[in-house]
Design a protein around this ligand. Structure first.
Ligand SMILES: C[S@@+](CC[C@H](N)C(=O)[O-])C[C@H]1O[C@@H](n2cnc3c(N)ncnc32)[C@H](O)[C@@H]1O
Length: 594
C-alpha cells in the first residue's frame, strides 16, 4: 500500500491555463486532490491504454510549440505522435505508422509507448474508460463548435519532413446558454460552426480572431489532410450540464476532410471552413449524447419503445422512463414489485446501548474540518470532495439525523435521493437493465440499494434480486484505480471485513438499483455508508460511478461470487463458478456470477 494518501479527483473538464497551474501546484502536496478533465474514451473498445494531458489547452499549447515554427516559411518539422494517436487504431481501422516517436505529450504514457521517455511534468492520472459492452451496441457521442487540437507527423529520422497530417480535432459544442461566446486566444474557441447532420462537421479554421485566418498551422494541416485523404480524429466537446463553465469531451471517431473554402465569419474576417465527414461503420458517438439530452427532458412522447414515463410513479424526484427499444410492440412490464425510494434504516439494525456519534459540537456548518467527529470517524478526512467519492472504504460515515449540520452538508451525499437521470431499458441478453441519461463522472453517487434486509435463514436461494455482501471475498476496499488514481489511502486497511453480512432483497420492494445488472467489468461499485438514524446506526449500501460514464451507458456492478461451486481447471488451479451464466459481454468476463 502506498505511504502517501494522494487522491486524484477527476473533475469535469478544465480549460484555462490557470487550471493547469492549479493542477501542478496542488499535485505536489501528498494530501491534495488532483483535478483532471472528464473525457470519455474506451480502453476496452479501443484496445489501447490512452492517456491524455490534463487539459485541452495545455495539450493544444504543447502541440503548437512542438510543431510550429512560425518564423520560418511555414515549414513543418517532423512531428511527434500525441496521446490521441494512441486511441483505438484497431476499432477505427487506421493503420498505424510503424515508426512513431514519442513526444512531450506522450510522456504521460511512457510505459506503453516508450519506456525511455522522460517523466511527465504534470501528474496526469490515467484516462477513464467506459463500459465495453454498451459501446459495442450503443457507443458514445459528439457536435459543432470547434478548435484545432493538434497536428502530427510520423517522421522521426531527420529525413525531409513529409506534408503535415492532421491527427485530431477538438470540436467544441457550445452549451445552449453560451452559444455565441468567443473564448480567448488561449483556450478552445467557440465559432458558430454548423453541423448539417451528426455525420458531418463544418469546422472553422484556426486563428484570425481580429484578422483574416492564414493557411498555416492547423489550417494548413487540414488542407494537407484533405489532399492526402488522411483520417482525422475528432473529439467533441459539450457544455457540462451541471457546470456551465466546464466542458465534457467525447471522442467521436474518424473523419475525412472532404472540402474546404473560405468565407467571411461573424467577425467580418475571412475564415477557413473545412467540411468533415464521419467515416461509416464506427460506434455512434455524439449521436448518443444528443438523443439522451432529448430523452432526459421526458417531453418526447413519440419516443421509440417508451412504455412508461415514470416507473417510480412520482416516488422519485426525477421520472424513471421504462423503454423497450428491442421490441417496440412489446409492452410487457418488469416483474411486479413496489417502488420504494429509500430504505427504512432504523428497522435494519437495532444496537442496544448505542452511544450516539453525532457531531453535535461541530462548529463548522458543512463538516469538512477534521475537528468534526463524523470526519474523524472517516479517518480525519472527508471521503468526498465536492460530493464526489474519492476513496472506496470498508465504511463511510456520513452525518446523521442528530447532527446539527444542514441537509447540504458535504458529508451527507447519499441521503439526498436520486440526482442522476436514469432509465430502465430492455437489454439484449440480461432482461431489464438500468442506464444513464446523462454523463456521470467517476465517484458520483448514483442511488442507494433499496430492498428488504434478510436474515441468512430467510434467504430464498432463487431470489435473483438478492444483494449479498459475503460474495466479495477478495474485494479490495482501498483501491479503485479509476476512482482514486494510483495511490491508495494508507489509513484504510485492505484486510477489513464488513461487520455484518448484508443480505438485501429487492424482489418485492426496491428502487432503480434492482435493475442494475452484473458485469465482470463494472462501471458502478457499491459502498457501505453508515449514519445515525433515530439514534441507531444505519448502514446502507450506496452505488457510485467507478468510471466516467457517458450517457446511454448501461450501469452495472459486480455481483460477486458465492464461490460455492468449485472446479479444478486444466492447470490444476481451482476455478470458482457463480450460479448464473454471465452475458456481460466484457472481454474480462469470467463466465459466471452470483
Ligand atoms: C437484480 S436482477 C437485474 C434486473 C433484471 N435483469 C430484470 O430484468 O429485472 C438480476 C438478474 O438479472 C439477470 N442478469 C443480471 N446480470 C446478468 C449478466 N451479466 N448475465 C446474465 N444475466 C444477468 C439475471 O437473471 C439475474 O439473476
Amino acid at each position: 500500500m502506498s505511504p502517501t494518501k494522494t487522491k486524484w479527483l477527476r473533475s469535469w473538464s478544465v480549460e484555462s491555463d490557470d487550471d493547469i497551474n492549479h493542477i501542478e501546484n496542488i499535485s505536489s502536496s501528498p494530501t491534495s486532490l488532483m483535478v483532471s478533465p472528464f473525457r470519455f474514451f474506451d480502453d476496452e473498445i479501443y484496445n489501447t491504454k490512452p492517456y491524455l494531458p490534463s487539459t485541452v489547452s495545455s495539450f493544444q499549447t504543447i502541440i503548437d510549440e512542438a510543431i510550429i515554427d512560425e518564423t520560418s516559411t511555414e515549414t513543418f518539422y517532423p512531428l511527434i505522435v500525441s496521446p490521441l494517436q494512441t486511441l483505438d487504431d484497431k476499432a477505427y481501422n487506421i493503420t498505424s505508422p510503424s515508426t512513431l516517436e514519442v513526444g512531450p505529450l506522450q510522456t504521460v504514457d511512457d510505459e506503453n509507448h516508450n519506456p525511455k521517455t522522460p517523466s511527465p511534468t504534470l501528474d496526469v492520472p490515467p484516462l477513464p474508460t467506459i463500459d465495453g459492452e454498451t459501446h459495442k451496441t450503443e457507443p458514445p457521442l459528439p457536435t459543432p463548435e470547434i478548435t484545432l487540437l493538434q497536428t502530427v507527423d510520423n517522421n522521426i529520422n531527420n529525413t525531409p519532413p513529409p506534408p503535415l497530417m492532421v491527427s485530431s480535432l477538438l470540436a467544441i459544442v457550445p452549451y445552449e446558454a453560451n452559444k455565441d461566446s468567443i473564448a480567448s486566444d488561449d483556450g478552445p474557441r467557440h465559432y458558430n460552426d454548423e453541423t448539417q447532420d451528426l455525420q458531418t462537421l463544418i469546422y472553422t479554421g484556426h486563428g484570425g480572431q481580429a484578422t483574416d485566418q492564414k493557411l498555416g498551422r492547423g489550417n494548413l494541416a487540414l488542407e494537407a489532410s484533405k489532399l492526402k485523404g488522411n483520417e482525422v480524429r475528432v473529439i467533441r466537446g459539450e457544455g457540462d450540464p451541471r457546470n456551465k463553465n466546464k466542458k465534457i469531451y467525447i471522442y467521436d471517431g474518424l473523419y475525412i476532410v472532404s472540402d474546404s473554402w473560405t468565407a467571411k465569419g461573424k467577425s467580418g474576417f475571412e475564415e477557413f471552413k473545412f467540411k468533415l465527414l464521419r467515416k461509416p461503420g464506427q460506434p455512434a458517438g455524439y449521436a448518443n449524447w444528443k438523443s439522451s439530452k432529448i430523452w432526459s427532458k421526458g417531453t418526447d412522447n413519440s419516443r421509440k419503445g417508451l412504455i412508461l414515463k415514470d416507473l417510480s410513479y412520482g416516488a422519485e424526484n426525477l421520472p424513471i422512463p421504462l423503454v423497450n427499444e428491442i421490441d417496440e410492440n412489446d409492452k410487457e412490464m418488469p416483474q411486479d414489485f413496489s417502488y420504494v425510494k429509500s430504505s427504512a434504516c432504523s428497522s435494519m439494525m437495532i444496537v442496544q446501548n448505542y452511544q450516539s456519534t453525532a457531531c453535535i459540537n461541530c462548529q463548522v456548518q458543512l463538516c469538512e474540518d477534521s475537528k468534526c467527529i463524523c470526519v474523524q470517524r472517516n479517518g480525519g478526512e472527508l471521503p468526498y470532495l465536492n460530493r464526489i467519492l474519492v476513496c472506496r472504504k470498508p465504511m463511510v460515515y456520513e452525518c446523521g439525523d442528530a447532527c446539527p449540520c444542514p441537509p447540504d452538508c458535504h458529508n451527507r451525499v447519499t441521503q439526498t435521493g436520486l440526482k442522476i437521470r436514469v432509465e430502465v431499458f430492455k437489454t439484449e441478453k440480461c432482461g431489464w437493465g438500468l442506464r444513464s441519461l446523462e454523463p456521470i463522472r467517476a465517484g458520483t453517487f448514483i442511488c442507494e440499494l433499496v430492498g428488504m434486509a434478510k436474515r441468512i435463514h430467510g434467504v430464498d436461494e432463487d431470489d435473483e434480486y438478492m444483494f449479498d455482501s459475503s460474495r466479495y471475498n477478495q474485494f479490495k476496499w482501498n483501491y479503485e484505480p479509476e476512482l482514486v488514481g494510483e495511490n491508495c489511502w494508507d489509513q484504510v486497511s485492505e484486510a477489513y471485513k464488513l461487520r455484518w453480512r448484508m443480505l438485501v432483497s429487492s424482489k418485492e420492494y426496491g428502487n432503480v438499483s434492482r435493475f442494475m445488472n452484473h458485469s465482470c467489468s463494472p462501471n458502478v461499485m457499491w459502498q457501505p455508508i453508515e449514519f445515525e438514524d433515530s439514534r441507531q446506526p444505519c448502514v446502507r449500501i450506496a452505488f457510485f460511478a467507478m468510471k466516467h460514464i457517458p450517457p446511454l451507458t448501461e450501469l452495472r456492478f459486480d455481483y460477486g461470487m458465492s464461490c460455492k461451486t468449485e472446479e479444478v481447471g486444466e492447470d490444476g488451479k481451482t476455478i470458482f463458478k457463480g450460479k448464473k451464466i454471465c452475458h456481460c459481454g466484457s472481454f474480462k468476463c469470467q463466465g459466471s456470477f452470483g
